[in-house]
Write a protein of this length. Structure first.
Length: 131
């Protein structure tokens, strides 16, 4: 994870797809191939970066962030509770269809929500900031 941040020092968006893990104390951690990462450690890794959007597309990323929302981002997209791989993939695909064609975050979010088959919808987004 740190290697990617170091290699691309100016990212406008960060997207994490993968898994989380809940330890014996109930703390939600990001699960990587070689380690599990706490929110504090994740925050330290991204502390020198500023993102337009942080999209943490894994189970329980809302719980991982623990209502801190210190993602160095103007906007964030998180998921509350478990999310199936199919829902996560489809949501991201719809979201990035708009973004990759030059669309704005509001439209990308709206398309992803409109086409999401998760019921109830457990994706969360930061408040819409109008400029």
């Amino acid at each position: 994870f740190r290697t990617i941040l170091d290699r691309f020092p100016t990212l406008s968006m960060i997207h994490l797809a993968g898994h989380t893990y809940q330890n014996s104390r109930g703390q939600v951690l990001l699960r990587f191939v070689d380690s599990n990462m706490t929110f504090v450690r994740f925050s330290n890794f991204i502390s020198n970066y500023s993102f337009h959007c942080s999209f943490l597309n894994c189970c329980s990323t809302s719980e991982f962030v623990s209502d801190s929302y210190l993602l160095n981002s103007e906007h964030y997209i998180l998921h509350r509770g478990k999310v199936s791989s199919t829902v996560a993939y489809d949501f991201a695909q719809n979201f990035y269809t708009v973004i990759s064609s030059g669309g704005v975050l509001d439209h990308a979010w709206n398309l992803a929500v409109l086409n999401c088959n998760e019921n109830p919808l457990n994706y969360l987004r930061s408040p819409i900031l109008r400029r």
